[in-house]
Design a protein around this ligand. Structure first.
Ligand code: AGP
Length: 618
């Protein structure tokens, strides 16, 4: 949701801003804009729709300058119009600003500012911040010999009045080489170049521009001029920041020959799963090892309950985690929607460990749920893909997925990596408790075979495309699975919904007869996830029930299963793996099915309507 870029240096700001905004497109947006400092004013260009339209405008009327800010907006306050698109001016144009986040107290601030004579041109909460900074600037005196201080003080005075979340990049009309960036609850990074600095919502726009990055933390403000930068904390004053190497490369953020990021990411899964396991399997002790849990073995040994929380696909991997941890480690697990957990007041026993599961590390509900449980005195850990993201910073410790950037809005490789990390955590907790050395060893061997099995599962792609052609016009699809594959059914349904806009429901297969079976008819396909396992016969019986009512059946089944052919209209085979790893494998054909159906329906696979990659609002 909303992306921010900024540049100060001596090169052409516009080229970085437009290129950077393209790299942030995946976050989800509906309008965009840039402001370039030209002489004593700002050249602002805004556009509704794709970045191409903004780029078209800029080609016709180029904006030349070496300081600028840019933004992709995902509408919250007011529709997607040019007037609501950022950047927004503050005062009489003495500042210009882009904002990511939500200002909860924007209404009272707006009324106050209106009374003071400020005029608003948009419906946004962000324009309030722009006028507020301008207002503070007007009241802040210069400090002789310290040219940055007045501007910094003004920004600090403004953000102190904000309730909500913000990532901000601010430029000042009278300071043609000063950029200020501030963050609370919305991600911001600084790219450190030679005589130039970049601001961005994440690392991807920096690739090819610099190889050094600073991850701003909450309450930090960065002051950037071509000759140097400093970072301040609103209470602690100047802070020493860690300039880290940029670990994203061009291959991570380019399509590399694939038509879509989603397809690329589906195909990257053998490697992303390998990366999730790299260095984490300990053959000698038949367990897993994690560097960043930041808990003592005694604290981990004392854990009596685990809460897994997240949203969307990450919530589905939490459900897989519940099966895994309860089965292998015998620790009771609760799975909670983060959006519910944050406002509920469940009794949580001491010795409960709370895991926030998230690809982006920025999901507002997951962040709030973790903060709330942490406030109540519980240990919080993150299972997260994006390094130094808000949730990674807020948790007491955690496990990174190392899946590389996931750009397609539909989460694919992050999901399988989350499941894989949860399997390793189950092994780890299990080995601290009842799991034998032999069983631990066997699990490690199974995990090691996983990337190869996923590679093999991908070979169904051509067949899945043919299946997609048969069902592309369906209005409703049911996804049914049991036990470890019940979450797979939910995830398959979510994937289809979000990118093809077909209504789909996932259910535990046996629940079908308690309601959803009423939907079954010749036009409603059911996707059964039925690899060999403890409930195989039961799921087969459910398939019989659907077949008896004339419903078309697509089965995701084990390679060796001959019986299923007589029941299903289409059988997609996956290699056989033990039950606890099946979710990682059986989701692969479902990802491909949704991809091909969406493509056949002419949908924008990587940027589905209304969705954002990181959901930073409630
Ligand atoms: C996944 O395909 C979805 N786009 C969405 O459900 C996503 O998983 C959810 O918004 C949570 O995101 P997170 O993992 O970044 O926290």
């Amino acid at each position: 949701m909303c992306g921010i870029v900024g540049y100060v240096g001596s090169a052409d700001a516009c080229s970085f801003l437009v290129d950077g905004l393209r790299r942030l497109e995946y976050r989800g947006y509906d309008s965009s804009g840039i402001a370039i400092q030209v002489d004593d004013s700002f050249d602002v260009t805004r556009s509704v729709g794709r970045i191409d339209s903004l780029a078209g405008k800029l080609e016709a009327i180029p904006a030349k300058g070496s300081l600028g800010i840019g933004h992709t907006r995902w509408a919250t306050h007011g529709p997607a119009t040019e007037a609501n698109a950022h950047p927004h001016f503050g005062g009489d144009g003495e500042i210009v600003l882009v904002h990511n986040g939500v200002i909860e107290n924007f209404q009272p601030l707006k009324s106050e500012l209106k009374e003071k004579g400020y005029t608003f041109h948009s419906d946004t909460d962000s324009e309030v911040v722009a006028h507020l900074v301008a207002d503070c600037l007007r009241q802040t005196p210069e400090v002789s010999g310290q040219p940055n201080l007045r501007f910094l003080n003004a920004v600090q005075a403004a953000v102190r009045q904000l309730r909500g979340t913000y990532g901000l990049a601010i430029a000042f009309r009278d300071q043609p080489d000063l950029l200020i960036a501030a963050r609370f609850g919305s991600p911001l990074v600084i790219g450190v170049g030679r005589g130039e600095y970049f601001v961005s919502s994440d690392a991807s726009p920096l690739v090819g521009r610099t190889d050094r990055i600073v991850y701003l933390a909450d309450h930090q403000i960065a002051v950037l001029r071509p000759e140097g930068f400093s970072v301040l904390h609103h209470e602690q004053g100047k802070v020493r920041v860690d300039i880290q190497p940029l670990e994203v490369d061009d291959g991570d953020v380019s399509l590399e020959g694939y038509d879509h990021y989603m397809l690329k990411e589906i195909y990257e899964q053998p490697e992303s799963i390998r990366n999730a396991m790299r260095g984490r399997l300990d053959d000698q002790d038949a367990t897993a090892v994690f560097g960043g849990l930041n808990l003592t073995p005694q604290q981990l040994g004392n854990v009596e309950r685990i809460i897994l929380t997240g949203c969307g696909t990450s919530w589905h991997s939490a459900l897989v985690g519940e099966y895994l941890i309860e089965d292998l480690a015998r620790i009771p697990v609760c799975v909670e929607y983060a959006s519910e957990l944050r406002y509920r007041n469940p009794p949580i026993e001491k010795n409960t460990l709370v895991f926030g599961i998230t690809q982006s590390g920025e999901t507002a509900d997951t962040l709030a749920a973790l903060r709330e449980t942490k406030r109540k005195g519980h240990r919080t850990l993150a299972i997260c893909n994006v390094v130094a993201s808000s949730i990674a910073q807020a948790a007491d410790g955690g496990v990174y997925l190392h899946a590389g950037p996931e750009i397609g809005v539909a989460s694919t490789k992050a999901y399988t990596s989350q499941c894989c990390v949860l399997a390793m955590l189950a092994l780890y907790f299990g080995r601290m408790r009842h799991l034998s050395f032999e069983r631990g060893k066997a699990i490690i061997e199974d995990l090691k075979k996983l990337p190869g099995a996923v590679q093999e599962a991908l070979s169904c792609d051509l067949q899945v495309r043919e299946v997609a052609k048969k069902y592309q016009d369906a209005s409703n699809v049911l996804y049914l699975g049991r036990q470890f594959n019940f979450p797979t059914a939910l995830e398959g349904a979510l994937k289809l919904k979000e990118i093809s806009y077909i209504h789909a429901e996932g259910y535990p297969a046996a629940e079908m007869k308690h309601g959803p079976i009423a939907l079954v008819d010749e036009a409603t396909p059911s996707v059964f996830i039925v690899p060999h396992g403890t409930t195989y016969d039961k799921v087969i019986a459910n398939m019989e029930e659907v077949k008896a009512r004339g419903g078309p059946i697509i089965a995701i089944a084990s390679r060796q299963d001959a019986h299923v052919d007589s029941l299903a209209d289409d059988v997609i085979r996956v290699p056989h793996v033990p039950e606890f790893l099946q979710p990682i494998l059986s989701v692969v054909p479902l990802q491909l099915l949704s991809y091909h159906i969406a493509l056949l329906r002419g949908c924008d696979v990587d940027k589905p309507r209304n969705l954002a990659k990181s959901v930073t609002v409630e």
